[in-house]
Design a protein around this ligand. Sequence first.
Ligand code: FHN
Length: 439
Amino acid sequence: MKYLFNLLVLLSLFYRSHAQTATVSPAVKTSEAVLNDFMDQRFGMFIHWGPVALRGTEIGWSRGTNVPMQEYDNLYKEFNPVLFDAETWVKTAKDAGMKYLTITAKHHDGFCLWPTKFSDYNIMNSPYKKDIVGELAKACKKYDIKFCVYFTVLDWHDPNYPIHLPDGKNPDPKADMTKFVTTMKNQLQEIVTQYQPYMLWFDGNWESPWKNEYGADIYTFLKKLDPDVIINNRIGGGQPGSHPKLGPEILGDYATPEQKIGELNMNNPWETCMTICQQWAWKPNDKLKTLKECIQTLAKTSGGNGNLLFNVGPMADGRIEQRQINRLKEMGDWLNNYGESVYGTKGGPFKPTEVFATTRKGNKLYVHVFERKSADLTLPALKGVKINKAYLLKGGKINHRQDAAGSITLQLPEQLPNTDDSVIVLELNTNAEKLPVIS
Ligand code: FHN
């Protein structure tokens, strides 16, 4: 019996020591208030940019594939984005109705857009010689846009990181992960102390050298620098591709489904990241999403209780393509009319469909109508809930009826005021935010 007891004690000690290294103390985790503020923003700009814009190929992934490694790693010597103007980028985000901006300060190719002391492979050693990250941080502050930073975990350029090519094979025995993590911490300390980012967007956590323990260490380290900095769910050891999950086994404050709209979730915060074109970095003649796709993606994301981080890839001269600026301005025009049905709302209670999505705030239920399939739009039943008023957000009464089971039918006008997303307001006799999700 004594032997069994000792074994159990040893096992629990082992488990506790192991578990502590792979998780973070709840005391340091980002507060609910800060995360609620983040989710109220609903819409941000993602920017993938670096010397690779000179080739119009994908950032990081084209190194040693479409672009020979040697050539790729020397592009910075030609990189001189003389038309870069941080305030122009930030005003483009603001005019789009975006509330935060996330820049790839360092992507998988290891090039740093700020004057880091811990790598010579940075913007100050290009012909441009200006602190891109610092300029954007300053412009965001001036225009009341929350400044955020993308920081890659893997770094195919750093000799201390074991993998040097996108194929993820043949780890380099000369690499030194201890030195690599030290450099990462030093650079993150530079970023947090010099630029005070609202959120850190980690990425590239799926390769074998990166362990959950490193992620837990970095998360805790960052929280000592800024207890309120928000950290996404790509800092722990992870899987490639979409990252829709959160949970005790996955480090981070919110989930990050990629290139797809996340599932309706009222419990765990999430943010879809998506390209306005097809490539993350700038690509000549890339396919641009239609305004309908853009607006309905935002509405369905909000309807799912998530945020949308929408990506542009600026050109090598420092400008964002005019057609991308125009598309974003069209989204901003829509938000100028319908923003109250997006910002500061909760998603649900109905799962978004191809025809409608719903958001809610106080006693108002916003019905985003994407197309008029027929004269009547039927919503699932809201038991014990009465609609006091129904009208188009931009004006105009909406006739409606409810059956005994609470099922709602809205009579749509012949012409919807907006062909991409017309919003109908239902004023309820109860707090719409308290309604359970109707799956
Ligand atoms: O490999 C990156 C990719 O280049 C891009 O940065 C996206 C953005 O979320 N994340 C990774 C792919 O999942």
